[in-house]
Design a protein around this ligand. Structure first.
Ligand code: COA
Length: 380
């Protein structure tokens, strides 16, 4: 059989569908390097909004009133409980199951415990969105406890999503600064137009599959090191370097070997990711507060070296690594935390897709051999 020939030129629209506009959306825009949710600049939201306000904005097209905000916060907390059957499933995972693998399988399994999972009415989908958003945080916290031989802790109805997550993780009420830092990180990661995981969610939703399936598809895409997995890799790199003295040789070596430095570069932003500066500032503040400035200082040195040598700027994943580390969160929870936040964006896109659906079915540019014939097996 003849080998498939390599493509002579990138397919129409460029490799990786760069700059291809796949569908209309009124959720998030990236224009001239400015990121906005429903037309509001991310800088304003990062400085002023709570994550629950952002969820309302993404799902309902506008910021909530005080009453709507309280209702949403209450509903998220009240629906964040996990069915005991799901906890039993998680307890049966092999010990080596990573938190991201656990999340992927638990969200898929959650559908089987949700009486409305196959109800595609708008009202049921709105209810499922609330449940899924709250339960994502509960799953990540519960599995972290299970793998450390501790019992999961149920959510408290009076807490925000960020506070509840930290509470369910540790079993003690979190301090306000940690809650504010995590809440802000949630806002910054909430949505990002047609990134790989969101596109996956929309492709799945466009087949009119159920919401849990669409979110499971998105988690699978987020898991990869070129997408949500990058923040964990950044922490791995910081741990490998260990000290500011070793930053320069480590990074120069990596660049010389043409290895990628995780947390740098972006498929859309060529002049810097607008979210990175907020996380950088958070990392600086938390470093000072915890008297562990090493992680922040190493990160700044890496930024100077990579930007100086390659012109590449840090993306959202770079400083989020040291921020989560300062919050005393283990590095294999970084991507699941990204998933908790991005779930709000996935759900907004799934709801938008359902509301005006068209099956997503692009074409491939065929670059293989032509005019081949079947050859009998004994003659091959
Ligand atoms: N470190 C070192 N070099 C990098 C780099 C990085 N993080 N990101 C891109 N480059 C280089 C590539 O090696 C390539 O160089 P070459 O032209 O000499 O071969 C060039 O920049 C273009 O890279 P490419 O991967 O094609 O860019 P892209 O815009 O398609 O990819 C990413 C964007 C995000 C996939 C890419 O920058 C990357 O892999 N970054 C690291 C992973 C990461 O942080 N992901 C999170 C994204 S939010």
């Amino acid at each position: 059989m003849a080998e498939a020939t390599a493509p002579a030129a990138p397919p129409a629209g460029g490799a990786g569908l760069r700059d291809v506009v796949a569908l209309p959306s009124s959720i998030t825009s990236i224009e001239n390097g400015v990121l906005s949710y429903r037309g509001i600049n991310i800088d304003e939201l990062a400085d002023n909004a709570s994550f629950e306000e952002v969820i309302h904005l993404l799902w309902h097209e506008r910021l909530p009133t005080q009453h709507e905000l309280e209702t949403m916060r209450g509903q998220l907390a009240a629906n964040a409980d996990l069915p005991q059957g799901l906890i039993d499933v998680m307890k049966s995972f092999p010990r080596r199951t990573t938190p991201m693998e656990g999340l992927r399988t638990a969200v898929s399994a959650l559908a089987m415990f949700d009486a409305e999972s196959e109800d595609m009415s708008d009202a049921a989908n709105q209810r499922k969105a609330i449940r899924l958003q709250g339960q994502m945080a509960s799953i990540v916290a519960a599995y972290e406890r299970i793998r450390n031989d501790r019992e999961p802790i149920p959510p408290r109805p009076e807490l925000s999503l960020a506070a509840n997550f930290l509470y369910m993780l540790r079993g003690i009420l979190p301090d306000p600064l940690s809650v504010r830092a995590l809440d802000k990180a949630f806002t910054l990661h909430a949505d990002h137009e047609l990134n790989a995981s969101t596109f996956c969610a929309r492709v799945a939703a466009a087949t009119l599959t159920d919401m849990h399936s669409a979110v499971t598809a998105a988690i699978c895409a987020l898991k990869g090191p070129l997408h949500g997995g990058a923040n964990e890799q950044v922490m791995k790199m910081l741990n490998e370097i260990g000290h500011t003295d070793r930053v320069e040789s480590y990074i120069r070596n990596k660049l010389q070997n043409k290895e990628k430095v995780m947390g740098f570069g972006h498929a859309v932003y060529k002049d810097g990711d607008p979210r990175a500066k907020h996380l950088r500032e958070m990392s600086r503040q938390l470093g000072k507060l915890t008297s562990q400035e090493n992680w922040y200082k190493m990160s700044v040195m890496i930024e100077e070296l990579v930007t100086g040598a390659k012109g590449l700027k840090p993306n959202v994943d770079f400083y989020s690594a040291s921020v989560y580390h300062y919050l005393n969160i283990s590095s294999d929870l970084f991507t699941p935390i990204f998933a908790i936040s991005r779930c709000s964006g996935w759900l907004a896109h799934v709801l938008e897709q359902y509301a005006n659906n068209k099956l997503i079915r692009p074409r491939a540019e065929y670059v293989g051999p032509v005019d081949q014939h079947y050859v009998a097996i004994e003659k091959r």
